[in-house]
Design a protein around this ligand. Sequence first.
Ligand code: M6R
Length: 369
Amino acid sequence: EKGGYDYFMLKEIAEQPKAVADTLLGRIDAAGSLTLDEVRISASELREVDKVVIVACGTAFHAGLIAKYAIEHWTRIPCEVELASEFRYRDPILDQQTLVIAISQSGETMDTLMALRHAREQGAKVLAICNTNGSTIPRESDAVLYTHAGPEVAVASTKAFLTQLVACYLVALYLGQVRGTKWGDEIHAVIRDLAQIGRQVERVLQTMEPVRELARSLAHKNTVLFLGRHVGYPVALEGALKLKELAYMHAEGFAAGELKHGPIALIEDDLPVVVVVPSPRGRSVLHDKIVSNMQEIRARGARTIVIAEEGDEAVVPYADHLIRIPVTPTLLQPMVAAVPLQVFACELATARGNEVDQPRNLAKSVTVE
Ligand code: M6R
């Protein structure tokens, strides 16, 4: 059942290109438009939406944070992302024009379920993004967009995360398509790029040996920090979460721009810091800012592990270790940037002798609040 792999997690990491392709299957028509008829919220209802609120936990929450960038950019609808466990306790402002998106691999996470029940009681429409057919969260939602990752057995989420991102992009692009935005051309181009993204994930998977080697060399460390900006920030949070749950190491993700507001005091000699670098194209200001962050932390002794696009030469002088990822549109970069971090955490867990598929103290689905 592990298909020749030592762990389900390794199998599930390897399955990502297929999971991504399966989640796109049948959802893009020959003309390059999205056909999400399965989302049974009518186009006119979607045109009325004036706020999107995403609720989720853990890795699904990180997918939601990334979705916010895509939704706000492509649709210009304000989007909030909230930890499901916090949501209903702060008396959130919701009405019939609010679209709540509940993201959950298992469809049974109690915090997320309680959040969506609260949202529906307030009159909001709820769309579930879920990987488990017929589970409670989609059953209690107004509509569902299933991810087709197949069963995810390892407690640490990998392929479900990538397919949640695909589903979020589909929803964002669909909302843009239905409502019509000035980004019409960009939306078409991104749909084309999205159709290619599984192949790029495949390419990343083929170049992971140096990442595994690096992970083994860091097995004795106590702390790893992760920095990112824009959509790279949630990727940094996800990299840190993977490391906590699998390697039992102290790991923290920061927005790179926050460094000088406190976290830079943590930097000490030989501290590993993973940096997720935005594309030098498009948002080049952010790219240049993160390059100067790399300079600053290296000057203070950090050992930089840099995830950067192929062809980005500006990072080379500041990278102690360089992990290359394919060129993608800015908003899609998390699809390729998250993969080396999954491999990194899995290998570190193995090197530290931890149980990869079933980390201590954790359950695959958390059915209590
Ligand atoms: O089944 P769900 O997507 O609702 O689960 C949410 C979290 O419990 C889950 O993503 C958790 O954080 C994973 N173990 C992370 O790898």
